[in-house]
Design a protein. Structure first.
Length: 364
């Protein structure tokens, strides 16, 4: 990046001033994920001043964008070339940015098959707590010798620094897509999903809620048609299928709308990550299952302890995704040595604790 860029210099000066004054900064792009993680603290640091797509090499399947670039704009540019971000980053609302996408590390319905945000990060430029501009990785997959810092930034929620620019691997849009609908119980849906996972089917996404299982197929036309014939179920009209998966991605479908209403009334929306083979967790409240059984949403008024205990018994963990009261802690507690590693990384990149204090954990 050009260190003489006025927008970059603005960010550098803000960080230097905050460090000198012992102040703290809350890194903020479009603000679409302010609800995620612990409550944001510090003076807002607007990253939308640094925007634009630095380069796009369609034949190399690589795009580089600045942190304040609109996620919608990036996806539109890729779509013009028949390409996409395969992990389907959720938008939640208009205005989401590329920097926020990487910092949050959240992926959509195709995550279990396509991979996570970090799997597509090739390189990144970071502004650390000392006001230094650091570059990690590059624009090819095999570019890492030692600690892969660029991918470490995915899910860091801005606690290590300002993600100034990121290079991402992209993929061609699949030539064929279809959605199938089945009526079955939670337990039957989990068993069926695991049975399908062991077969050569072009499964791309799944969602079960209230007795209905929807499955998305993606790939070559012949493979999708063969899977439709082999799996059965009801073939959904394409426009409805597209709208459903987009609504699920952005938490705008019926389940999450109702969950939002429940949260406003004192309940909590939990994101439970478990092995896909785990049986139903038996938790009270409305449940929605994604990622072949690996991601289970639960909106409930139950205390945090039984939710986290159920996740632990199933071999996973629970995150308090949306809630008015976050006193139970948003993320599952870190155990040694992970806790030490997190704190040492924070100390190395942001020794004065300038960025997003406590957004992940106390002291981080």
């Amino acid at each position: 990046m050009d260190v003489n860029d006025p927008a970059l210099q603005f960010l550098i000066d803000r960080v230097a001033a905050a460090r000198s004054a012992g102040a703290q900064l809350c890194i903020r792009g479009g603000g679409t994920k302010d609800f995620y993680g612990e409550t944001p603290l510090g003076e807002p640091l607007d990253t939308t001043v640094l925007e634009g797509i630095s380069s796009h090499e369609p034949t190399e399947l690589v795009v580089t964008a600045r942190c304040g670039t609109s996620l919608a704009r990036l996806e539109a540019v890729l779509a013009e070339k028949g390409q996409c971000l395969p992990f389907e980053p959720p938008h939640f609302a208009a205005g989401g940015t590329v920097g926020g996408m990487v910092a949050a590390g959240l992926a959509g319905p195709s995550r279990a098959v396509a991979g996570s945000v970090r799997d597509y990060v090739l390189g990144a430029t970071l502004l650390n707590g000392r006001g230094e501009v650091l570059t990690f990785g590059g624009q090819v997959m095999k570019n890492v010798a030692g600690y892969d810092v660029s991918r470490l930034l995915a899910g860091s929620l801005g606690t290590l620094g300002v993600i100034l620019e990121v290079s991402l691997k992209v993929l061609p849009i699949a030539p064929a897509t279809a959605t199938l609908r089945f009526q079955m119980s939670e337990g039957d849906a989990l068993r069926q999903l695991n049975e399908w996972a062991g077969r050569p089917l072009p499964l791309n996404a799944s969602a079960w809620w209230n007795g209905t299982l929807l499955v998305r197929l993606r790939g070559a036309l012949a493979a999708v048609n063969a899977a439709i014939a082999a799996m059965g179920g009801e073939l959904i009209e394409p426009a409805f299928g597209t709208a459903f998966w987009q609504g699920l991605r952005d938490h705008a479908d019926d389940y999450f709308v109702k969950a939002g209403q429940a949260v406003a009334s004192g309940a909590a929306l939990w994101r439970v990550s478990v092995p896909p083979t785990a049986p139903p967790l038996g938790l009270p409240g409305e449940r929605l299952i994604e990622w072949g059984g690996a991601q289970r949403w639960v909106v409930t008024a139950a205390p945090a302890a039984p939710v986290r205990d159920a996740a632990t018994r199933a071999g996973g963990h629970a995150t308090l995704f949306r809630a008015v009261d976050k006193s139970a802690g948003v993320f599952a507690a870190l155990q040694s040595p992970l806790d030490r590693i997190h704190r040492e990384l924070k100390k190395a990149f942001d020794p004065a604790g300038v960025f997003n204090p406590g957004r992940l954990y106390p002291g981080l």
